[in-house]
Design a protein around this ligand. Structure first.
Ligand code: XMP
Length: 316
């Protein structure tokens, strides 16, 4: 049985022992993994930790504002960088999912290296968790997909790594978050490369805006249905924008629009997953709201019924 208190006590000692009197920097995405690491490290070394939130322009709706508020409340020393242009530039013309991941991962690290140098940090704290390592093939097994916080690290990186939750699975990280009083403990996971891996084909500012709104609608409708006792809250639920176009009708005219795929899964550890059992009327409401709100671009909404394996949870 996992003991969050014992884990925290042990990690505080380990972090202090590793970092000593040096400074550290953390890429704080606002997700539960990086938030736990930021709070743990901040408790261990105080303001010698700088949490950097990079607004990649690939975040969910209102996310940068929410992260800022959360870091303030948790008394973590932080800085926000507005880097949307830099990230979109790197993704221009890129359609290969692995290249997208590498581009986002490398630019992430470049941003941190610059900040880390300015701050005088020697250590980079990361929220890598056990499934990231397993699926990146670094334990000798095959590569599934290179998670940005494992596969994307440039070889010339001159920061030493601190990875406090590397041996934990998501549910254990959530237990630690609850123990530390972090509000995001129940928040669903979100991939490091952000909406870029939910935007199949080329990533543009316009496509990101579409998938951002679609993700928001899926989250909003499913949360409400779960609060109303209609369904269990899935482990993860979101939308992906597919490059597949199909014929539709918008304002009485023929339209050749884009496709949104709705994905909602149940899983314990993200290693295997099954599609969530969403009531038909909730699916219909999601589809209606997406096609109404995004009718200028989207003509079709589909529900992804695939288990993991063979599919992964994200589409890329
Ligand atoms: P997949 O798509 O591999 O996802 O079945 C498993 C879980 O990991 C999340 N995910 C990521 N998390 N960096 C992360 O920190 C990444 O690059 C990344 N890619 C996927 C995904 O959302 C799911 O919860």
């Amino acid at each position: 049985m996992f003991d969050a208190k014992a884990f925290v006590d042990d990690q505080l000692k380990k972090i202090k022992a590793q970092i000593k009197d040096e400074k550290a920097i953390i890429a704080c995405s606002g997700g539960v993994d990086s938030m736990v690491c930021a709070v743990l490290t901040s408790k261990a070394i105080g303001d010698k930790l700088l949490a950097v939130f990079v607004d990649t322009g690939l975040m969910r709706k209102d996310e940068p504002e929410q992260v800022r508020d959360m870091l303030k409340e948790l008394n973590v020393n932080f800085k926000i960088l507005d880097e949307e242009k830099y990230f979109l530039e790197g993704l221009k013309g890129v359609t290969d999912p692995e290249k997208k991941r590498k581009s986002v991962g490398e630019r992430f690290i470049r941003c941190f290296e610059k900040e880390a140098k300015a701050y005088g940090a020697k250590y980079l704290v990361q929220g890598t968790i056990a499934p990231d390592v397993i699926e990146s093939g670094t334990n000798g097994k095959g590569l599934v997909k290179s998670h940005h916080n494992v596969g994307g690290l440039p070889k010339d990186m001159n920061l030493e790594l601190v990875e406090p939750v590397i041996e934990l699975y998501k549910e254990e990280v959530r237990q630690v978050a609850r123990y530390l009083g972090i509000k995001v403990s129940e928040r669903q996971p979100f991939p490091g490369p952000g909406l870029s891996v939910r935007c199949l084909g080329e990533v543009t500012k316009e496509n990101i805006a579409i998938v951002r709104e679609a993700c928001f609608i899926v989250e909003d409708e499913i949360k409400r249905a779960s609060e109303n006792g209609k369904m269990k809250l899935p482990w993860q639920y979101f939308a992906a924008l597919l490059p597949t176009r199909s014929t539709g009708v918008h304002n009485g005219e023929r339209m050749y629009g884009k496709t949104v795929a709705v994905r909602a899964v149940m899983t314990k550890d993200a290693i295997s997953a099954t599609p969530a059992d969403i009531p038909y009327d909730v699916l219909t409401a999601i589809s209606k709201r997406i096609t109404e709100k995004l009718g200028d671009n989207v003509t079709r909404v589909v529900y992804d019924m695939t288990t993991k394996p063979p599919a992964t949870i994200e589409w890329e």
